[in-house]
Design a protein around this ligand. Structure first.
Ligand code: SF4
Ligand code: SF4
Length: 308
């Protein structure tokens, strides 16, 4: 049976006073199932893409035709000329349509559950964090970085850098429409990753290396600061009726949701998490010890709600 804990205090194994208001404690089994379900989906997708990359290296079709962002890059040329820009196919357009549908229903969940580049960054950060917890000099370095990340200067820098996604989106889509080529392809770490077997020194490879190094210190750096597909979903996700919802009455103020969020969203200051950075990973919900405090709910999208 679920334990009872008192809002405003850390969860305690001792029974709560009958005079206090209590909330039902989330069962660890539920949290574990959510985390494992996401990991299983991510592993399946990464495995599938790995298979395609291996197939391409041995003469099969390129995994590039399975990138939804190619569909957005080719859209203008397809509408105006009936042709797709080089390196894209109708498969890209179909996948782009699927991503639009997902964003309109479950916000950024594509990034949190399906994007292989996002999963790889997340795993790299997790593995290096695990190593850091076991190697004392790395542990000290990590603590220092965490201290820095909690400071006002880094938070301000982080906020400014997050505009990068919108700039990259504008450059990629307008550039492709004007030139009829995939301008973003030259800097796309995804392209460098799927062609890693045919190694070539390029801007895309440099971005991949930078993403890999940054992912050791920052969770999902490419998703946060540069991914144009993330920006598309952020824009469309504003129309989604689904979001993580926090009930302040059940909140214990324990901060576990904030610490679990890979996108550094201050979940415990929100009533409804409609932040454009949310990737729908549900790590905050899985980390929350209070069952009524955090959950996923349906509500009218923000732009359709009457102003308060
Ligand atoms: S707010 Fe929750 S669901 Fe959204 S990114 Fe953060 S942890 Fe994931
Ligand atoms: S919403 Fe966040 S701060 Fe509140 S109880 Fe859940 S994990 Fe703790």
């Amino acid at each position: 049976m679920a334990d009872l804990v008192t809002p405003g205090t850390p969860p305690s194994p001792t029974p709560a006073s009958p005079a206090r208001v209590t909330v039902a404690r989330r069962t660890p089994g539920w949290s574990r199932r959510v985390r494992w379900a996401r990991r299983a989906v991510q592993a399946l997708v990464v495995g599938g893409v790995g298979w395609l990359v291996f197939g391409h290296a041995t003469g099969g079709s390129s995994a590039e035709s399975f990138c939804p962002f190619g569909g957005f890059e080719t859209l203008w040329t397809l509408i105006t000329t009936g042709r797709t820009v080089p390196h894209t196919h109708l498969a890209n357009v179909v996948l782009a349509a699927a991503v639009i549908g997902l964003a309109l229903t479950v916000r950024g969940a594509f990034c949190g559950w399906l994007c292989p580049l996002g999963s790889l960054q997340e795993w790299l950060h997790g593995v290096t964090g695990w190593l850091a917890s076991r190697v004392p000099p790395l542990r000290r370095l990590r603590r220092r970085l965490e201290h820095l990340a909690a400071g006002r200067a880094w938070r301000r820098t982080d906020r400014v850098l997050r505009w990068g996604r919108w700039l990259v989106l504008a450059w990629a889509v307008i550039g492709a429409a004007v030139t009829g080529t995939m301008v973003f392809r030259e800097a796309d770490p995804w392209i460098a990753l799927i062609s890693v077997v045919e190694f070539e020194l390029s801007l895309a490879f440099a971005v991949l290396v930078a993403t890999t190094v940054l992912a050791v210190f920052v969770e999902r750096p490419f998703c946060r600061y540069a991914c144009p597909l993330g920006a598309v979903q952020a824009a469309l996700g504003a129309l989604s009726p689904v979001a993580v919802q926090r009930d302040a009455a059940g909140c214990l103020g324990c901060d576990l949701c904030n610490r679990a969020c890979p996108m550094a969203i201050p979940v415990n200051t929100r009533t409804r998490v409609t932040d454009t950075s949310c990737i729908g990973c549900l790590d905050c919900v899985a980390a929350c010890p209070s069952a009524p405090a955090l959950g996923v709910t349906l509500a009218l999208p923000v732009p359709l709600r009457s102003p308060r």
